[in-house]
Design a protein around this ligand. Structure first.
Ligand code: ADP
Length: 648
């Protein structure tokens, strides 16, 4: 049992007051479970669980135990300053008292901190005090593939492809950097809240040495050891490939390929490559396993060849798995291709007899290019879940399955962005709006006390105008979006803004924020027809393919023209939008959560959580009472984006 919470002053900083969370809180624990770091209502945090970085003075709160490893215990730990949650490996100094033990841990730290890849558990930082060494890692709330496998025993082939593609992406990165993992197993494939896989545990990892200098140590998990490792011929990238084959077999068949009651017998089977392939496996899975589990390392396929195998190329891989797949068989019927059906419909309307005469040849040309580009760039992959996900939020595609080193990706320092403010007047408007929001949010966060529960949301927030759908097509035309009032608009790359009223009868045309023209659609000037066509097809694309990004109610269109999108840009984690009424909206890509800051007196903060439910709070309430770490973290991120934009 963990010690019960009691009242006392923590080591540093103000007293930490917390409340008991809801039963259905995001960490999934019931109230009053001490082993999960749950505390009773309005008690102070237990100071014996505070961890203090002796150098920086930063304090962290140790939550529940996540698991025990060879050297370490791993805990869920929260930064008391900003609510950021980590998985922290705590290694008692007594366990690393001998120089070689300490050396080993320091080597693991050195290696891990140099790795930066989407499919590798992120190393944050580390420090030590008299009692322990603390290693702060990205928190993977759904534990590991071992936990999923325990609950499911076997996975469907599409699920196996989904996970293996991510393992391979991480492993390719490691191998490209000359690092061997040497302990690939289900327990080292960590799963994040949004079901992304991250390779972790570099305790046995080693730099790849030339053949003759390779260490001949036998290391790894017995069931997954390659024959050459058992025969002490050294570990190569192909030994990792062997373990990958064992992982694939285990996930598809329910048990490791060479598992025997007796370890000696297991080793004998590995050396002789003696295993059976169940009859219910697909032909391509059998063929790939047979190709990987070869006694001679050189005969095994490379990671690239594995991805080229028909098991991957012909079989369906979902872009996302539902969290329920951690415990039950998910429904993975491949979705119809939305881009394909959109193309068919648009082609019909463009080139079918009905509208043909109405469309000018140049416009037809523009539109058919738009359609074929949409096809090519597939900007809207849909998830396979029954309820289609917001496709606009998947514009970045499935978890970067073919991703390699981050440095090979598009330079993120130059975010993808757009703005209606080429003219200085517009820029000033945008800057002033952001500055005010920045000040309000900075104050809110600076004085916010730590808490584990959000304050009561407003019962019925007034008119909240927000961007409910979007399509980034800035590599050609611009950024299209739909407001919760159902108006659709495009901010073209040249700064022109065009919007269609919710009944699609009035066209609003803005050359700047203040120069505004409106026309009934029947009498739109000839010069604007091309853009109107593009706007209409953005609208129809969003109508047919995208779901609105949260459960906030739609509004009836107000009398006057709606606010315009002044600026948008994409950071590595989120899409940032600034509307001309001062609303700032930040959509997080991976978990589809959103933060919307709107209104001035009072400033309102709306949070659309992962379950798509939206709750609106007064910023002053959050400032006074605090909020859950997940919201606090996101508000901190929004603040960083605002700071970055306003250069402060
Ligand atoms: P071992 O290598 O022996 O599994 P670790 O110290 O790496 O030991 O991890 C111990 C346990 O802690 C793991 O089995 C896992 O359940 C949990 N764990 C480790 N890292 C993380 C993480 N990044 N996120 C969530 N849980 C983790």
């Amino acid at each position: 049992m963990e010690p019960a919470a009691f009242c006392s002053q923590p080591l540093a900083g103000p007293a930490l007051r917390v409340r008991a969370p809801d039963r259905d809180s995001d960490t999934g624990a019931g109230a009053g479970e001490p082993q999960r770091g749950r505390l009773g209502a309005d008690r102070l945090l237990d100071p014996t669980r505070l961890i203090r970085d002796p150098q920086s003075g930063r304090t962290y709160y140790r939550g529940r135990l996540l698991g025990k490893g060879g050297f370490a215990r791993c805990y869920e730990v929260t930064d008391t300053c900003n609510g950021q949650v980590y998985a922290v490996k705590v290694i008692p100094q007594s366990r690393v008292a001998k120089p070689h033990q300490r050396e080993k841990i320091l080597q693991e730290i050195d290696l891990h901190r140099s790795l930066h890849h989407r499919h590798i558990v992120r190393f944050s930082h580390h420090f030590e005090d008299e009692g322990s060494i603390y290693i702060f890692l990205e928190y993977c709330s759904r534990k590991s593939l071992a936990h999923i496998w325990k609950a499911r025993h076997t996975l469907l082939e599409p699920e196996v492809r989904y996970y293996l593609r991510q393992v391979i992406a991480g492993l390719r990165y490691l191998h490209q950097r000359g690092v061997l993992h040497r302990d690939l197993k289900l327990g080292n494939f960590f799963i994040t809240e949004n079901m992304e896989l991250k390779l972790g545990d570099f305790g046995l990892a080693a730099r790849l040495e030339p053949q003759d200098q390779r260490k001949k140590t036998i290391c790894g998990t017995p069931n997954y050891l390659a024959p050459e490792v058992l025969l002490r011929q050294g570990h190569s990238p192909k030994s990792d490939v062997w373990s990958l084959g064992c992982v694939m077999y285990t996930l598809l068949c329910g048990n490791p390929p060479f598992e025997m009651a007796d370890l000696k017998e297991t080793y004998r089977c590995i050396k002789q490559v003696r295993y059976t392939l169940p009859a219910n496996l697909s032909a391509s899975a059998r063929h790939l396993l047979d190709a990987i589990l070869r006694p001679v390392p050189q005969d095994r396929p490379s990671l690239e060849e594995i991805l080229q195998h028909e098991f991957f190329t012909k079989g369906y891989t979902p872009s996302q798995l539902p969290p329920c797949s951690c415990i039950t068989v998910p429904d993975l019927t491949p979705p119809p291709n939305p881009v394909q059906s959109f193309f068919t419909k648009v082609t019909k309307s463009l080139f079918g007899c009905k509208h043909k005469s109405k469309i000018a040849p140049q416009e037809q040309d523009n539109l058919s290019r738009l359609v074929s580009d949409l096809m090519l760039s597939s900007i809207c992959p849909q998830s396979n879940s029954k309820e289609p996900k917001q496709a606009q939020e998947e514009a970045d595609g499935p978890p970067s399955l073919t991703e390699t080193a981050p440095e090979e990706r598009l330079p993120r320092s130059l975010p993808i962005m757009g703005s209606s403010c080429e003219g200085s007047e517009e820029c000033l408007t945008a800057a002033a709006l952001m500055e005010s929001t920045l000040c309000a949010l900075r104050n809110c966060l600076a004085f916010m006390p730590p808490a584990v529960q959000n304050p009561a949301p407003l019962a019925s927030p007034e008119h909240l105008l927000w961007v409910s759908k979007w399509v980034d097509y800035s590599n050609k035309y611009g950024f299209g979006y739909q407001l919760s009032s159902r108006q659709v608009a495009v901010l073209f790359n040249d700064g022109i803004h065009m919007a269609l009223s919710s009944n699609r009868k009035i066209l609003h045309y803005n050359t700047t924020n203040t120069k505004h023209f409106s026309f009934p659609v029947e009498v739109v000037p000839q010069q604007l027809l091309g853009r109107l066509g593009v706007l209409r097809y953005f609208a129809s694309y969003m109508d047919q393919n995208l779901m609105k990004g949260g459960d906030l109610p739609s509004l009836d269109e107000a009398d006057g023209p709606a606010p315009l999108l002044l600026q948008w840009f994409k950071s590595d984690q989120a899409l940032f939008l600034l509307l001309s009424d001062g609303t700032v909206q930040v959509n997080f890509y991976t978990d589809h959560t959103k933060v919307i800051l709107s209104g001035w007196e009072p400033l309102l903060i709306t949070y659309v959580a992962q379950d798509r439910r939206a709750r609106t709070y007064k910023a002053s309430d959050l400032q006074r009472l605090g909020c859950r770490p997940e919201l606090r973290y996101r508000l901190g991120y929004v603040l960083r984006l605002l700071r970055q934009r306003s250069g402060t």
